[in-house]
Design a protein around this ligand. Sequence first.
Ligand code: ATP
Ligand code: MG
Length: 389
Amino acid sequence: MTPKEKTPAILEAFLPGTTLGILGSGQLGRMSAMAAKSLGYRVVVYDETPDGPAVSCADLAITASFGDPVALARFASEVDVVTVEFENIPVSALEFLERIKPVRPSSSVVRICQDRIMEKEFLLAAGIAVAPFRVITSALQLKEALSALGGDSILKTAVLGYDGKGQISLKEGDDATVAWERLSSPLAVLEQKIVFQSEASVICSRSTTGESLCFPVQTNVHRDGILDVSTVPANLPESVTTKAHEIATEIAEKLEVVGLITVEFFVLADGNLLVNELAPRPHNSGHHTLETTMTSQFCQHVRAVCGLPLGPVMLRSPGVMINLLGDLWKEGQPDWKLLLREAGLFLHLYGKREAKQGRKMGHYTLLGEGMPARDRAIGLRALLGRPES
Ligand code: ATP
Ligand code: MG
């Protein structure tokens, strides 16, 4: 018997003039808020800390704990539809809000994406390949897993990791007790360290009608666990980019995401793909879309969660995105003139007051193709005071 095709329920749309509520107030919220404002929405942000980068771009900012029902109810009364700018929002807050207003993506999507174990279980159940891994709850389990996986591996906290935080590189024979104490988390995964040819990611948008659309694939280079450089289009065979799009679409559909889902991949030498992790939101590797695609990831995020038709995502120009971390501020404000005089370079600073090592302070995108553009983009940052990657 052929299974009956599932027709997605068409969800309510919120037109410009209504209010978008954003949970979280970092740079992803800031750029989503800017996109919403330019479409004519009112924006309310909610975060536990004041003065986040999104606050100055919002009509109203509420600062309160994600566990505060009074503040959450006030937020809900101020907005028409709720979204998230990062996945580490307590699910209980999302469930509370869902009883009052539409939350897109839903708490069930965020729940999966904020927990590495649930995420990997979801992917495996969908038949999507991930790096070999073991769930770890004790030093003894870690010891066994280190020898079972063999060679190099990475121990990662199950929850609350970002930018490579909550990760320890290990190898077979390393002291499991010391590593487990250092990680200091009750639940973790040990992943085999993958020898990849490159890393890539795909941002897939899915609307309230079930329509989905993937942005072009980008290749990503990380440094110290933090995204450093993204290049679009990806320098990968078409068979690989097609496969990446297929996997991202399948994930978006199986999760029934409304909004964006970013899929991070390891690209192996034989062209096979392993999924590293998922993010149910705009992604650092998609910042170049502000200039390189017909619709930016932030505009698409707003369109998708508000129930507007998705915008076209064709590439308008190739480009290279370079992250600007707090390290560059060691000697004070970098000399922005070095970037601003460059034709085809678009600088974005997030307005963070304090520059800390490893903190994402801004980025720029240089339009241009291939190695010449990449070398030029990286060279410009070196001029700002950081060694080349
Ligand atoms: P973010 O949320 O900022 O992407 P994160 O803290 O969730 O980061 P991961 O994506 O798990 O971290 O890892 C960051 C980077 O570390 C990866 O992009 C990759 O470069 C490297 N890395 C992580 N896991 C592995 C692995 N199993 N094998 C090889 N490299 C890995
Ligand atoms: Mg990652």
